[in-house]
Design a protein. Structure first.
Length: 605
């Protein structure tokens, strides 16, 4: 909690006033047993009705003032805790937005969601309870002991013995339960991860009839969470019965000692009632304190998890400004992108994902990238906008290392359309304006026309004001892809990266899209990843990826002559164009024997 305390600076007043008013409430509660003792010893014993009525009125006044103090304290505690949690949530969200892809991959989406929701809610609840009870309960406990000493020292010694024993019990249970609550939250991360995976992949699960397997896996993880909660809950639950036993034993000893002291004439009957009331107040407050300790344990464990996210320092640093003279000089470069002996590996990966990649792309060129699954295509283009930093070598944009550019410069000039089409809840206009906030409707429609999304927009009754559901669930896959491409085109980037973003489009729409992009004004460099050879066939440069390495680069014609990997990909999609001599050796020999009228191997004429 210490590192999060900096976010309380705007709520210092509320954080002070809440416990102050709670202490006032506690002070008035401590006066009540003395008033009751006076009513018994003076009013009832002396049959003084006026004294009884006046002190009953005093008790009502103390109750009203105490309740007012309690409500006021609750108001300030709620304001401080809610504002504190809101501030942490905003800071954490901003921090996550600044984290690099490496840190995001390492942390994982599931645990970040848990820490931003459940953990922060626990911190808020813990801080609220702390302001209300952390000072009040000890104040009542020790205040009751002091008041007992004012009444009778012999009886007060019972309080002095009971309080340390109870404190040891509470503190011991707290030490055991804090690390266990951390494990509970970590287990909650796993349950959330399975839930999220099942909800996002429900169609695939049903398509393969894997519902029961997923249910069984969820049940197992959920049972683990339940068992862990039961275990730590059992330890925490010991606090109430142990506290009750100790307090009741102390109460029995107190009543016995008080009765003896009354018979000896050392104290009056009202004093015994007052001592019993103080012991009862201690019981209530210690039970509250026990529950508070459990809540604080949870909030401390959750606060440490939140702090661990905020302590993550991004491995990427961006310069705030750049040398304008150097910038203008570099922008005169004819080369848009240059990879110089680039090697890259993901955090925790056993081997590099890219190894010794070198190529160049001039401004206005279209660069096609093709290769098998896991060959490193997406990893390659992720280095251009600096989603990740290279391990060795460098990536240059306009003749300058991408690490020398401010983040905004890169995002303004590089448009990226990822593999998975991602749209957000809101209107189509709102989504397209992510590319350029000041864009007019004409600019949006122009980008949509190039992206072959114009008919998608015009086909909706509200046109640009048509409301999309989360992730564009009310659109087809092809419609989502076209709108995400249009969003990137709105800002007219210098470099456009299409990461297999036309996979859901038919061949005609795909061809029209590529033709429209090539016809755009200006020298926009396009990087086009595709599994279709037809999509990248007419690119100025084609990069062929295989196991993280460049298996070949050049035009379609050049690669068809020199690159075996490219030939295999192309002929797998166009088998009718495969010449006989490019068949596998066994097939080629069989065809040759058949042409010569010879039998198959091992056969007879």
């Amino acid at each position: 909690m210490k590192k999060l305390a900096v976010y309380l600076k705007d709520y210092r007043k509320e954080s002070i006033l809440a416990p102050v008013f709670k202490m006032l409430e506690a002070f008035f509660d401590l006066l009540v047993p003395l008033v009751v003792a006076g009513i018994i010893d003076i009013g009832i014993a002396g049959k003084n009705k006026s004294y009884i009525f006046s002190h009953v009125g005093l008790m009502l006044l103390l109750a009203v003032v105490g309740m007012t103090s309690s409500i006021t304290a609750q108001y300030f505690a709620a304001k401080a805790s809610a504002g504190f949690a809101t501030k942490i949530r905003q800071v954490m969200f901003d921090h996550v937005q600044r984290m690099s892809y490496t840190e995001l991959d390492k942390m994982g989406t599931n645990t970040l969601i848990t820490r931003m929701t459940s953990d922060i809610n626990q911190v808020q609840n813990g801080y609220n309870m702390t302001l209300r009870l952390l000072l009040r309960s000890p104040f009542i406990v020790f205040g009751a002991m002091i008041m007992a000493f004012l009444i009778d020292v012999r009886c007060a010694l019972i309080f002095a013995v009971a309080i340390p024993i109870l404190s040891l019990v509470v503190y011991g249970i707290m030490l055991i339960s804090i690390p266990l609550y951390k494990k509970v939250q970590a287990s909650l991360d796993k349950v959330l991860g399975i839930t999220r995976e099942n909800l996002t992949g429900v169609r695939v699960i049903r398509a393969f009839c894997k519902e029961q397997e997923e249910i069984n896996e969820f049940d197992e993880k959920n049972k683990q969470l339940t068992r862990m909660n039961e275990f730590v809950g059992g330890i925490s639950a010991l606090m109430n019965p142990v506290t009750y036993v100790l307090i009741n034993l102390a109460t029995i000893v107190l009543i016995q000692t008080g009765a003896v002291r009354v018979n000896l004439g050392r104290i009056q009957q009202g004093d015994v009632v007052a001592l019993y009331n103080y012991m009862a107040q201690m019981i209530v407050e210690l039970i509250k304190l026990a529950s508070l300790i459990i809540t604080i344990n949870k909030s401390i464990a959750c606060a440490e998890r939140v702090e661990s996210v905020l302590e993550i320092k991004s491995g990427m640093t961006y310069p705030k400004e750049m040398d304008m003279g150097q910038k203008l000089l570099k922008e005169e470069e004819d080369e848009a992108v240059r990879f110089r002996h680039v090697t890259f590996s993901y955090e925790g990966a056993g081997a590099p994902s890219l190894m010794d990649i070198s190529f160049g792309a001039k401004k206005g060129q279209t660069v096609g990238i093709i290769g098998g699954t896991g060959s490193g295509k997406t990893s390659l283009i992720s280095l251009i906008p600096r989603f990740y930093d290279v391990d060795e070598g460098c990536v240059e944009v306009n003749g300058r290392d991408v690490r020398e550019y401010p983040a905004k410069w890169l995002t303004d000039r590089i448009g990226v359309v990822p593999q998975k089409a991602m749209l957000f809840s809101g209107s189509i206009r709102d989504n397209l304006k992510w590319g350029k906030e000041q864009a007019e409707d004409t600019e949006l429609m122009e980008a949509a026309t190039i992206a072959q999304a114009k008919e998608v927009i015009l086909g909706k009754p509200e046109k640009l004001d048509f409301m999309l559901e989360q992730n564009g669930r009310n659109l087809s896959g092809g419609q989502r892809q076209r709108l995400t491409i249009a969003r990137a085109l709105v800002k007219r980037p210098d470099i456009l990266i299409l990461d297999d973003s036309a996979s859901a489009l038919d061949f005609t729409t795909d061809a029209a899209l590529r033709k429209a992009i090539q016809g755009m004004r200006g020298k926009m460099t396009v990087f086009l990843i595709s599994q279709r050879a037809s999509s990248i066939r007419y690119a100025d440069i084609i990069l062929v990826m295989e196991d993280g390495q460049l298996a070949g680069q050049g035009t379609h014609e050049e690669l068809m002559r020199s690159c075996r990997t490219y030939q295999e990909i192309y002929y797998s999609q166009y088998p009718d164009e495969r010449p006989p001599e490019t068949d596998r050796p066994e097939e080629g020999k069989a065809r040759q024997r058949e042409a010569n009228g010879m039998p198959e191997k091992g056969g007879q004429v």
